[in-house]
Design a binder for this molecule. Structure first.
Ligand code: 13P
Length: 253
């Protein structure tokens, strides 16, 4: 059975000035120093990436970004590329978050281009998928996720996908305090893993980490992390405070 190192990732969304980000990162680096085989990552807003990279240094917490543009450079006002994120100290990048799809017009196609750009630059993409409440109620969860995964990974080869991380974030669970039940999460994660096995092979499917996101808190992290196909968490609100987020990182203790 494949060993997948758990990843607890914090998505700070549009929160924290440079000073606030530095301070939280400083506290977190100290609190996460001895995380018992768990990998930790934070994704501050673009403006705080380089300053937070300095604070984190070679310590236990890794740095990620929340988005990128798929071209490497050029006349694309307001955008940030994968090589720029690498140069700012990022190892990870969140791609296709439902807020990007909902408010910023991202589609399966743009998500596909962004995943390819991240991989080209040596970044690990955290590829987000998830169904809305209406889609779940209409029994469309699996068909929606099937399409998001197939289109998001279109044209990408098995050899390219070794660094891939997936995140299942049901839209109805984000910021609502209503996390998916362990049964709902495990069922979807197992489905995604079998889909990867069908599209690529079993070895890739067994090695890709699939994170759960949506109202993960200290009170529910253990039951989620105990599930066979849940390999980590993508955390919004509970990642903003170093004390709370370190409880998630240290869930094994
Ligand atoms: P919450 O943890 O605030 O529900 O947000 C989840 C999320 O969107 C992480 O990307």
């Amino acid at each position: 059975m494949q060993q997948r190192t758990p990843l607890i990732a914090g998505n700070w969304k549009m929160h924290k000035t440079v000073d606030q980000a530095r301070e939280t990162a400083r506290q977190l680096a100290a609190l996460a120093a001895d995380a018992d085989g768990v990998e930790a990552m934070i994704a501050p807003p673009f403006t705080a990436l380089a300053p937070v990279a300095e604070v984190l240094g070679q310590g236990p917490v890794r740095l990620g970004a929340q988005n990128l543009f798929h071209e490497d450079e050029g006349a694309f006002t307001g955008e940030v590329s994968a090589p720029m994120l690498v140069s700012a100290g990022c190892r990870y990048v969140i791609i296709g978050h439902s807020e990007r799809r909902q408010y910023f017009g991202e589609t399966d196609r743009t998500v596909n281009l962004k995943i390819a750009a991240a991989l080209r630059a040596g970044l690990r993409p955290i590829f987000c998928i998830g169904e809305s409440e209406t889609e779940r109620e209409a029994q469309k969860t699996f068909s929606v996720l099937d399409k998001q995964v197939r289109k998001g990974l279109e044209g990408l080869s098995l050899a390219q996908l070794t660094p891939l991380v997936m995140a299942y974030e049901p839209v109805w669970a984000i910021g609502t305090g209503k996390a998916a039940s362990p049964q709902q999460a495990q069922e979807v994660h197992a489905f995604v893993r079998s889909l990867l096995a069908e599209m690529y092979d079993t070895a890739l499917a067994q090695s890709v980490r699939i994170l759960y996101g949506g109202s993960v808190k200290p009170a529910n992290v253990r039951e989620l992390m105990a599930l066979a196909d849940v390999d980590g968490a993508l955390v919004g609100g509970a990642s903003l405070d170093a004390g709370t987020f370190s409880q998630l990182i240290n869930y094994r203790k």
